[in-house]
Design a protein around this ligand. Sequence first.
Ligand code: GTP
Ligand code: MG
Length: 369
Amino acid sequence: MVNITEKIKEIEEEMKRTQKNKATEYHLGLLKGKLARLRAQLLEPAPGASSGAGTGFDVSKSGDARIALVGFPSVGKSTFLSRVTKTKSEAASYAFTTLTAIPGVLEYGGAEIQVLDLPGIIEGAAEGKGRGRQVISAAKTSDLILMILDATKKAEQRRLLEAELEAVGIRLNREPPNIYLKPKKAGGMKINFQTPPKGGLDEKLIYQILKDYKMLNAEVLIRDEYATVDDFIDTIMINHRKYIKCLYVYNKIDSISLEHLDQLAREPHTVIMSCELDLGLTDVIDRCWEELQLMRIYTKRKGFEPDFSEALIVRRGSTIEDVCDQVHRTLKETFKYAMVWGASARHVPQRVGLSHVVADEDVVSIVAK
Ligand SMILES: Nc1nc2c(ncn2[C@@H]2O[C@H](COP(=O)(O)OP(=O)(O)OP(=O)(O)O)[C@@H](O)[C@H]2O)c(=O)[nH]1
Ligand SMILES: [Mg+2]
């Protein structure tokens, strides 16, 4: 392990030393490729080890979605958990109060969302400092990362944390690159661009990186003209990448100027709050709900009023088929049609099939054969 960490350091040093210009572009691209490979290795469990370096805390997933609280020590993660759930997580003014993952349940519109309070992480977490790697593994299993930031601290903290998450393959608020890559058994490399590249990625660089990854036979189609070297490496390493939504939450706004507060609130994907003064917490939760893109579907039995006491929770874009699966594993086998009342129905009620896409708060009645 030390070996890999050292190699990573070496490459990072070399990248810092290398000036960015046309002549060094290829060399830097290759270094990035090597770095990505080593970082992935670092996260892989050692052979024979029961719990690898990449394993998280032993908290089983529960509820309809999971939110992970990630941040530096003492930013107020535990205070937040204690405010929004019934779970009490110890909070104190010293760093590293929380030493393990503490789950709480947030109830929202009939859904149960698991909120995971995690130990604070420090710079170098990705390389294994502190409990960083465990925290990051736990974050990787979540549907949404709440990055808790201290509004009284330097703006830099946000970028530092992002870099830690990036280093272990977490991509925040981004989509996977629009690049097609298919390894082949033979036939050499076929590299094509849909339109001429503008992002610095060209055929020669792709060729060299693939060679470095020992992928000598592959088909590549760059569909995004602005794709970068990093995007290409992410495509090769797609099994080690996790695309997760992130909401940046600035806490302790009770201790900053109005001007500063206004500035923070304007940043993208950002909400502000004060756990101490109980300010903005409902906004944070509403935004979480939006970001999670969950929907509540109410069911109705024929001849009865809809049951609004209990919602089925499905992801946005779900169909009647997904709703059936939520009710019972085998329901769709006997499915005949469904009646839908609500925003997704063209007229109410609308008779629909399995592929009909439902909307939030629709009422659905399933008719079986
Ligand atoms: N001024 C102010 N202080 C706060 C606020 N929220 C939390 N704190 C204080 O910040 C300190 C740290 O809070 P914790 O909730 O323990 O922070 P944490 O992020 O869980 O810290 P670790 O577990 O060490 O990573 C405590 O002294 C809290 O009382 C807030 O909104 N405003
Ligand atoms: Mg804590």
